[in-house]
Design a protein around this ligand. Structure first.
Ligand SMILES: Cc1ncc(COP(=O)(O)O)c(C=O)c1O
Length: 482
């Protein structure tokens, strides 16, 4: 590689890398349906990766691709497999790897506009479009994050700064009344995590009980707020969930917003899983009240199928983000510009990758309709799966399907039985499903956040589950309540 910088590639090597990359993409795409959902991990290979020091003399481009093909790929989970239905994780969209490669090539630092002028506008365009889905106006803003958990952490940070005038200077050290956060028992752990990280303490997170459809009970929320006020504590924020992680239940956002308004509480929505279902005409009404929230966390790396990581925090009043995150620094060349925002003032990071490019590229390349269609397709499949389960004598739904999470059980099977079935489905290559625990009952969950999944895949899974249910001995082990 003479005449090129020591860490650069010359023309021949660039071409070789391009060819190898193209055939990697191609081979991978073609092999997806036949790849193991979860790899049979070669522990010796992985231990070797850990133990072997990096070579003093590099392997070169071809040697590197060989390592990736022989060691990394065979020990990787096939997230894009059409029957990968565990957790809330989708396959990357088709243009994503190319957008990622371009972002890595131009390596914009998305902190202030001198270092990333176009990137700043691209991120703003993405944020404005996302905010518009929830009826947020020009006063709103936001930032792309590493994911929904970080977006919720950033939202609670913003809420604290908005609530406590001296929070920047004193933190929580000025021994005012204990601040309390409210969320439901079905909320994602990221709410507790944020409370722990911010020094609020998980003891000050109230997990409000849910109704029989796993939605936060507004009467119980009001009772809890009343009890805390009576005890001298200070309610300050409610985190509601439009699409809970287990069952996809949508908390009654409008009624919760009424409570927040009356009680002067910050309303944050953890929409990491559910919020982008707003793209479906059919679900628009269910999400209409989201516009009343002070902030919304959502995840382009879920329903927009961008590769990890791309989360997003939207805030109704973006000046509150700046109040929390803007610090001036004499060592940065920053100029106010009405067009280009300095994203270091809207979140905790200084150096930031160009995450917006992969979101923007997918929306440009495929158009918004393609995403609407994908979302509707997944909603249809979830409903179809629910119908098949309801019709099967050996299976039962644990709760009606609100979005695309289908929680179900094999009738009379124990928690251990369900764990064994999940493992069996993986082992035989049928599907990767996740566990579900609702109301202390253990079952399974298929979360359809995969645009590659078809009705045939769903039928294959339910047929197999039905067979497993039928082969169970007549004298069933009693159901274990967890
Ligand atoms: C409701 C909810 N909140 C938060 C998260 C966490 O999001 P992330 O993994 O992007 O941090 C998830 C993940 O599935 C979720 O479903």
């Amino acid at each position: 590689m003479a005449d090129v910088p020591i860490l650069g590639l010359d023309k021949d090597h660039r071409e070789a890398a391009g060819r190898l990359l193209t055939s990697f993409f191609d081979d991978y795409e073609r092999s997806i349906p036949d790849r193991p959902l979860v790899p049979e991990v070669d522990r010796d290979v992985l231990a070797g990766l850990l133990a072997n020091p990096f070579p003093d003399k590099g392997l070169g481009v071809e040697g590197l691709f060989r390592e990736i093909n022989e060691k990394i790929l065979p020990n990787s989970t096939t997230v894009a497999h059409p029957r990968f239905l565990a957790y809330v994780l989708g396959p990357p969209n088709g243009i994503a790897p190319y957008a990622e490669a371009i972002a890595a090539t131009i390596n914009q630092n998305c902190n202030f506009s001198q270092l990333s002028p176009a990137a700043s506008v691209v991120e703003r365009a993405v944020i404005t479009w996302l905010g518009g889905l929830f009826g947020y106006d020009e006063r709103s803003g936001g930032i792309l994050t590493g994911g929904g958990s970080i977006a919720t952490l950033n939202a609670l940070t913003t809420a604290l700064h908005a609530r406590l005038p001296g929070f920047r200077e004193q933190g929580l050290q000025n021994s005012g009344p204990q601040l309390v956060v409210y969320t439901s028992v079905e909320a994602h752990r990221c709410v507790d995590k944020a409370a722990a990280l911010l020094g609020l303490g998980t003891d000050n997170v109230r997990h409000i009980p849910t109704d029989d459809h796993f939605r936060m009970r507004v009467d119980a929320l009001e009772d809890a707020i009343r009890a805390d006020r009576a005890a001298g504590r200070e309610p300050f924020c409610v985190v509601a969930t439009p699409g809970t992680v287990t069952s996809g239940s949508i908390d009654p956002i409008d009624a919760i917003a009424d409570v927040c308004e009356r009680e002067e509480l910050w309303l944050h929505l953890d929409g990491a899983y559910g919020a982008l279902f707003v793209l479906s005409e059919r679900k628009r009404e269910a999400f209409a009240a989201c516009t009343r929230a002070d902030s919304i966390a959502l995840d382009p790396h879920k329903l927009l199928f961008t590769p990890l990581e791309a989360g997003c925090l939207l805030v109704r009043d973006r000046s509150l983000l700046a109040k929390a995150y803007a610090f001036s620094s004499s060592y940065l060349t920053v100029e106010e510009d009405p067009l280009m925002l300095d994203y270091m003032n809207y979140g905790p990071q200084l150096s930031r990758s160009f995450k917006a490019l992969k979101v923007w590229s997918a929306l440009q390349a495929f158009g918004v309709d393609a995403f609407r269609e994908a979302v509707d397709h997944m909603l249809d499949l979830a409903q179809y799966m629910a119908d098949l389960i309801k019709a099967d004598p050996g299976l039962e739904l644990m709760t009606p399907v609100s979005l695309t999470a289908v929680c179900f059980r094999i009738k009379d099977a124990s928690a251990a039985d369900h764990t064994a079935v999940l493992a069996e489905l993986i082992e035989e290559g049928t599907a990767l499903l996740g566990p579900a625990c609702l109301d202390g009952r253990q079952g399974m969950r298929a979360c359809i956040t995969n645009y590659r999944t078809t009705r045939d895949d769903i039928e294959l899974i339910v047929d197999r589950l039905s067979e497993i249910a039928r082969r169970r001995p007549a004298t069933d082990t009693p159901e274990t309540t967890l």
